[in-house]
Design a protein around this ligand. Structure first.
Ligand code: B12
Ligand code: SF4
Length: 449
């Protein structure tokens, strides 16, 4: 079969993100099918879909849905209207079935099936598309394929994919050049799954609770290949890079041994780490640490079910700084029980964290099938029948995101390294300017005065 895979994500903030998910989907099916990837990010123009379909004449079109919105309660942007636009464009150009997948889809499968009018959806890992194609090819019933959802259907359990996982990175893919020229940022996944269970988090829903690690040698080979293709920086997309301490050190070691020289960054949980952990990773090329800190008030960390306390955050921060790394913390304001006093505690401690960038989200996006959602329903903050596609934010004891925003703005008081949400257009323009001048990487460190 001829399969066209369309990455619908056009959001370029804080920088354009390479659609790595489709490399995995392509890797699973390219042996038996002719696959082409169309990435709508470079041009930002849905008309490209029509041209690609006319030229390639696919038998099936896959749509990758990444972001539902920008998770920013103070400056909300939604992307689902655009999903509908792309689906319409596909429908007008071909009778081929449309299959949905991706992180946004996994959070709201039924609703996104409904509003796009797609024929099938794949719950969980996109490698399962292989099974759907096999069923369609032999005239079998696609509804019987594990992980497939049909219009009006209910998603079954998201069983982890147990077959082979292989990334197809094709140097000839036309979209690759766009990322290499706009910051040189490429991405790699070293494992799937997060063993923690933070109350608001969708990551375990997307990738499962059990970590499944890829071979460190293969991870390093991928990094080397990207370096040779011209990448200037790698972001490891793992939910929590250091969730498996021993394995993450193996990856760092493998990168150094393989001759990977480009710097890299990842999301880290500020859980207690062995001495020298960050220094060892720095030797393997780690340059940017993005801590999922959420709060600097222990009561709030407990209320969000975080696997660390404030002491661990401070010691992780100090260890990363001592290793010469660039450090950012993400804070989420509005946990159950959050009030003016707990925010004061968080921000007074944040002021003492030296040389770092703080990304502050006002209000916590509530997603179905999380314990924060169940709490919000039990507290009558959201109705039993609520869907959640239009963002709902938990705001602790505050009246809403706006009230939190007021406190946060007071606290920011001119600090350029404290950013609300992803910083919006202004931060995007600053980073894009540096990228155009040839500086690679996420570059948030440029905000530290
Ligand atoms: C790493 C990451 C980032 C990094 C990316 C760095 C980089 N260079 O790659 C950074 C920090 C920049 C980032 C930013 C943002 N992110 Co982010 N990010 C992630 C994270 C942790 C991993 C994404 C990833 O690459 N996974 C690895 C790949 C292989 O998985 P995948 O793309 O999902 O693909 C698999 C399946 O989904 C499926 N699949 C994918 N496409 C298709 C298509 C078809 C047809 C099929 C069948 C299957 C399929 O198959 C793939 C293989 O199994 C996810 C959470 C998560 N664990 O998924 C959030 C996540 C994707 N991010 C999210 C958001 C919101 C954002 C931001 C908007 C936040 C913000 N305001 O700054 C921005 C947007 C950036 C942009 N330009 O698009 C949300 C999206 C959902 C939502 N609420 O809208 C997620 C899910 C986190 C969450 N809150 O739940 N992010
Ligand atoms: S550690 Fe991070 S990825 Fe894992 S459950 Fe908590 S917030 Fe989600």
């Amino acid at each position: 079969m001829k399969v066209l895979l369309v990455s619908t994500n056009k959001y370029k903030n804080p920088y354009p993100v390479y659609p790595i998910g489709l490399d995995y989907v392509a890797g699973a099916i390219a042996d038996s099918h002719e696959v082409r990837i169309l990435d709508l990010c470079p041009s930002g123009n849905n008309r490209e879909v029509t041209n690609a379909i006319r030229e390639f004449r696919p038998d099936l079109v896959g749509m990758s849905l990444r972001n539902i919105d920008n998770v920013d309660g103070t400056y909300p942007l939604e992307f689902t209207t655009d999903f509908q636009g792309v689906a319409r464009q596909i429908r007008e150009a071909t009778p081929a079935p449309i299959v949905l997948g991706g992180s946004a889809f996994n959070i709201f499968p039924e609703e996104l099936m409904r509003i796009t009018g797609a024929d099938y959806g794949i719950i969980g890992e996109g490698e399962k598309l292989k099974l759907l194609l096999e069923a369609l090819g032999r005239g079998g019933d696609p509804a019987l394929v594990p992980g497939v959802i049909r219009p009006g259907g209910k998603p079954g359990r998201n069983e982890p994919w147990t077959g082979e996982i292989r990334r197809r990175s094709n140097r000839n893919d036309p979209h690759l050049g766009f990322y290499l020229q706009n910051g040189g940022m490429m991405n790699i996944q070293t494992k799937r799954g997060c063993p923690f269970n933070c109350s608001y988090c969708t990551y375990p829903l997307l990738e499962g609770n059990k970590t499944r690690c890829f071979d460190p040698g293969e991870v390093a080979a991928q990094a080397l290949e990207l370096q040779e293709a011209g990448a200037k920086f790698i972001f490891f997309t793992d939910s929590s890079f250091n969730a498996d301490v021993k394995y993450s050190l193996e990856v760092g070691g493998a990168l150094a041994r393989k001759g990977v020289r480009i710097p890299w960054g990842a999301f880290f949980s500020p859980i207690p780490m062995p001495d020298d952990y960050y220094r060892k990773l720095a030797e393997g090329g780690l340059s940017h640490v993005e801590f999922g800190t959420d709060s600097l008030c222990d009561e709030m960390l407990v209320s969000l079910n975080k696997p660390f306390d404030v002491r661990a955050v401070i010691s992780g921060h100090n260890a990363a700084c001592a290793a010469g790394l660039k450090v950012a913390h993400y804070l989420l304001c509005g946990a159950p029980g959050e009030n003016r006093e707990t925010l004061e505690t968080t921000f007074s401690r944040a002021e003492k964290l030296e040389k770092c960038v703080i990304f502050i989200f006002c209000g916590i996006r509530v997603y179905p099938r999380t314990s924060l959602w169940d709490l919000a329903v039990a507290q009558n903050r959201i109705g039993k029948d609520a869907v959640g596609l239009d963002p709902i934010f938990y705001s602790g004891e505050f009246s809403g995101c706006g009230e939190i925003n007021k406190v946060v703005k007071e606290k920011i008081n001119g600090k350029t390294s404290w950013i609300i949400g992803d910083g919006g257009e202004k931060i995007y323009q600053t980073i894009a300017r540096f990228h155009r001048r040839g500086y690679p990487g996420p570059l948030w460190e440029k905000l530290i005065q």
